[in-house]
Design a protein around this ligand. Structure first.
Ligand code: SF4
Ligand code: SF4
Length: 391
């Protein structure tokens, strides 16, 4: 329990007032998915800290039951964002970071994750992606379109390369139309975010070293990320576990496009398109971990006749799509329940397109939509804006 000992003081700071479970006044909407679903204090950020403390004080044993409770955390980050109490003592970890440490400790103690999660671990070890698809498929795609002298490189991410390529294709279209040269990593591996979610931290340093070397090989000055989970692990976790510094700057793809639009290098036209009413789902990792709630909204200002309507929970008080923390694999019914909750919120806006900025959110919403039988478009923000790029 070495890691838990390091956060012993912080684990003891929670005063159980459950601020980490609900949103701001006056609506006080539910914000923590496991607490919203199961309704017990144990299933919220504070409650999970109590579990960690009980483990440390030998009041409970590490067990599959304890790991199961911890695994209901979707890593949405709301508790860490909202609770200013537990992070006041050094080393200043936030609530969700401590939950991740407790989860990793359980794995260290030999408690098993579900078979589905184990499969992901094996796939990442063997094929360097969580789907078990041969990594050659990814490498071939990269070789055909890469420009090795470019100042900009794209870290695409497994989902956008191997499962649903719409966002990647849209990104290429926008970069080409804006005449931005770009390169790709020759041998991109999964960033390791699914392992971090599950608590398999020991496996990540090798992945980090590899990906950092591949990025350095591109010689690019700017790396664009198409998935906020990848961007987060590169910018927040890799520096904690490696001594190798990346010289290039990181940018989320919509931030990069916004810079281009501001410099008049990216232009939009909608003369042949009908007016649109869209709602934007802020992905947890983009809004709370990375802190970007404006780049897509600002970008929209360059595209006339698109009306943005807000869901009740938005920006840094967004609500999880239901795919975070590995729950889509470990507990698909619970994951779908969260997605349905969010989807109802979208439907209540009256918008006819649901736009988000994360491949995991997009994929999960597409799955949930099949269950509700309503007709509307779901797309990633890069796909959406690519429809308006001027020829
Ligand atoms: S990270 Fe999100 S899901 Fe996990 S305990 Fe905190 S608020 Fe709940
Ligand atoms: S974790 Fe923070 S916000 Fe949540 S109950 Fe404890 S003290 Fe309150």
């Amino acid at each position: 329990m070495e890691k838990l000992r390091e956060i012993e003081k912080e684990l003891a700071m929670c005063i159980k007032e459950k601020k980490c479970t609900y949103g701001g006044w006056p609506d006080n909407l539910p914000m923590c998915p496991p607490y919203n679903k199961f309704g017990y204090f144990t299933y919220c950020g504070g409650g999970m800290l109590y579990l960690g403390r009980a483990l440390l004080l030998d009041l409970i044993e590490p067990s599959p039951e304890v790991l199961k409770v911890l695994s209901t955390c979707t890593t949405c980050g709301y508790c860490g964002d909202t609770c200013k109490l537990v992070s006041v003592t050094p080393p200043h970890f936030q609530v969700h970071e401590m939950i991740s440490i407790i989860r990793a400790e359980m794995i260290e103690q030999g408690i098993d994750v579900t078979d589905g999660e184990k499969r992901i671990l094996d796939f990442i070890k063997e094929e360097k992606n969580p789907f078990g698809i041969s990594n050659d498929k990814r490498l071939q795609a990269h070789r055909t379109i890469s420009n090795p002298k470019a100042k900009v490189a794209i870290y695409i991410g497994c989902f956008n390369t191997l499962k649903r390529r719409n966002t990647f294709d849209a990104c290429i279209k926008i970069l080409e139309k804006s005449q931005v040269d770009f390169s790709l990593l020759v041998d991109e591996w999964c960033c390791g975010a699914p392992l971090l979610d599950m608590g398999y931290r020991k496996e990540i340093p090798e992945i980090a070293e590899h990906n950092i070397k591949e990025i350095e090989k591109t010689g690019a000055e700017k790396i664009i990320f198409l998935c906020p989970h990848c961007l987060n692990i590169f910018s927040s976790f890799y520096p904690q576990i490696t001594n190798t510094k990346i010289s290039a700057e990181f940018s989320y793809v919509t931030q990069f496009f916004l810079d281009l639009a501001r410099k008049n290098l990216l232009k939009f036209s909608n003369s042949d398109k009908p007016n649109k009413k869209i709602a934007f789902h802020d992905p947890c990792y983009l809004s709370r971990y990375i802190g970007d709630v404006e780049s897509f909204r600002e970008l929209l200002k360059y595209i006339p006749s698109v009306e943005l309507v807000e869901m009740r929970r938005n920006r840094s008080e967004t609500y999880c799509c239901g795919a975070g923390g590995g729950v889509k694999i470990s507990d698909p019914n619970y994951s779908e329940w969260i997605g349905m909750d969010r989807m109802r919120e979208f439907i209540n806006t009256g918008a006819n397109e649901l736009i988000t900025s994360c491949p995991h959110c997009t994929n999960h919403f597409l799955d949930v939509k099949k269950k509700i039988g309503k007709d509307f478009i779901i797309a990633d923000s890069t796909e959406f804006v690519s429809n308006y790029v001027m020829v």
